[in-house]
Design a protein around this ligand. Structure first.
Ligand code: HEM
Ligand code: NAG
Ligand code: NAG
Ligand code: NAG
Length: 444
């Protein structure tokens, strides 16, 4: 229990790996967990033996936040889950193909306008990043965007963030391992129940409004799913309105804070190594309106994105998997129902794979730099691969190309220390608060 209550669990689990090796077991109450700390072993379990490890743990609190496992992210492996994931995947790619690029460009452009309006005063950009990432998702799901000050957006993001952080807290996880505790009063748990009810009210309102609007004709994930439910087509079997509802929750939770946190991390690292910013800027000078298809002409920017995903995989422990039958990993017997924790953070800091793994060196991903994209697994792998990988990669590339082409990020002041790069990790790995000065490039 103490091992799991650490403030930076990925670092703690990685330190345990140095003592106990690339695969080890933790026991918590009646729960057995196996932690995997290198990329080879994670690939063995999640890709090569995906049929054995495709499950999710059943948990008391997980059921509460996921309407009894009716989400993609927390739903256990079953034929119904597979069908649900397939439909969303198709709907996401249908809504995404062609339009995703322009959806992101529009938000990147808007983000630049907001940053211009700050002048040269020190600012905290985390909310602007959240708004940009959230608007990409709400455009894909409902065809709608919101301003930062919008009450609807504030309410929804506030509520989802609280759910994620409460659910990740030890007060809540203890309830899964120690059922007796459920009988005692637990204020964080009551708060969680309240936020879940609020979430369902807010999302429910969105879907009702959407059904009444003219958007329902097509082009968004929600319209594809609703059509699917109404038509009762074969590959939509058993998809219900609850699934449509929970899909929105999945995409908003999976797609907003992750992307925003990664942008926030990138700015912090660039403050520590300003020459990296300048190199990316030089590269971008020759490309008028950067497109995702230009990424091969922008090797330094691409290397920066890869290095950020390596150093700060924002879902550092992925989402726990469950063995759905007896199996083995690296020659060790793994009984059915063991919980598997892929330590992506550990895999990305493995000294056998990465030179100087704790240093920020985008150059490692340039030709001949020694970095290997094969061992980079920020989106995990196999059948549970992040559903938004394509969206996230395009967002990172386009947001950063717009930001770095238009601005230079500077430390907030001479006396101010540079941002602390250790971070705090619960479900999403985040950086601690800091401010930054945004200087427009053309003013020089
Ligand atoms: C930089 C950004 C992102 C990173 C690093 C990331 C990473 C991850 C990881 C590691 C997992 C767990 C996979 C596993 O269980 O093995 C995951 C799952 C998931 N992600 Fe992402 N993600 C990002 C952005 C997004 C976006 C933009 C979306 C939505 C459009 C999204 C939607 C999801 C969903 C729905 C799942 C659950 C998949 C399943 O259980 O089958 N993610 N992500
Ligand atoms: C799984 O392994 C356990 C031992 O932990 C054994 O008792 C059980 O029979 C095995 N189940 C199958 C289906 O092989
Ligand atoms: C980065 O995110 C944290 C919260 O996770 C926030 O407090 C901090 O101010 C953000 N920094 C910037 C420059 O956005
Ligand atoms: C990042 C890290 O500490 N990885 C460790 C995983 O386990 C192996 C032992 O098998 C260590 O050598 C690595 O250092």
């Amino acid at each position: 229990m103490l091992d799991l209550a650490q403030d930076h669990l990925p670092i703690h689990l990685t330190a345990l790996a140095q003592r106990y090796g690339k695969i080890y077991q933790l026991n918590c109450g009646s729960t057995v967990m196996v932690v995997l700390n290198n990329s080879e072993i994670i690939r063995e379990a999640l890709i090569k033996k995906w049929t054995d490890f495709a499950g999710r743990p059943h948990s008391y609190t997980g059921d509460i936040v996921s309407a009894g496992g009716q989400t993609i992210s927390l739903g256990d492996f079953s034929e119904g889950w597979k069908a649900h994931r397939r439909v969303i995947h198709k709907a996401l790619h249908h809504s995404v193909s062609g339009s995703l690029h322009s959806v992101i460009e529009k938000q990147a452009h808007h983000l630049c306008q907001v940053l211009h309006s700050y002048g040269r005063k020190p600012v905290d950009l985390s909310e602007d990043f959240t708004v940009a990432a959230s608007n990409v998702i709400t455009t894909l799901t409902f065809g709608k965007t919101y301003e930062k000050a919008s009450e609807v957006l504030q309410d929804l993001q506030g509520c989802l963030n609280k759910i994620v952080s409460l659910w990740g807290s030890p007060w809540i996880s203890a309830l899964d391992s120690f059922p007796l505790l459920r009988k005692l009063p637990n204020p964080p748990f009551s708060q969680l129940m309240k936020e879940v009810a609020r979430r369902d009210e807010l999302i429910g309102k969105h879907i009702e409004e959407f059904k009444k609007s003219d958007q329902k004709q097509g082009g968004t994930v929600t319209s594809s799913l609703l059509q699917c439910v109404a038509a009762g087509a074969v590959d939509c079997m058993k998809l219900t309105n609850v699934h449509v509802h929970m899909t929105t929750v999945d995409l908003l939770i999976g797609g907003t804070e992750t992307t925003a946190a990664l942008l926030n991390w990138t700015v912090a690292f660039l403050l520590h190594r300003p020459e990296v910013q300048d190199k990316v800027y030089e590269e971008l000078r020759d490309v008028q309106h950067p497109q995702y298809s230009d990424r091969h002409r922008l090797p330094y920017l691409s290397a920066l994105v890869a290095e950020m995903l390596r150093l700060r995989p924002v879902a550092p422990l992925a989402v726990p998997h469950r063995a759905i039958r007896n199996s083995s990993i690296a020659g060790h017997f793994i009984p059915k129902d063991t919980i598997i924790i892929p330590n992506l953070y550990g895999a990305h800091h493995d000294p056998e794979v990465w030179d100087d793994p704790y240093s920020f060196k985008p150059e490692r991903f340039l030709e001949g730099g020694g970095g290997s994209l094969r061992t980079l697994i920020p989106f995990s792998g196999g059948i549970r691969l992040c559903l938004g990988e394509v969206v996230a990669k395009m967002e990172m590339f386009l947001f950063l190309s717009y930001l770095l082409q238009n601005f230079k990020f500077l430390p907030a002041g001479h006396e101010e220390p540079l941002p602390d790069l250790r971070g705090v990790a619960s479900v999403v790995l985040k950086i601690k608060p800091y401010t930054v000065i945004v200087e427009p490039r053309e003013s020089k």
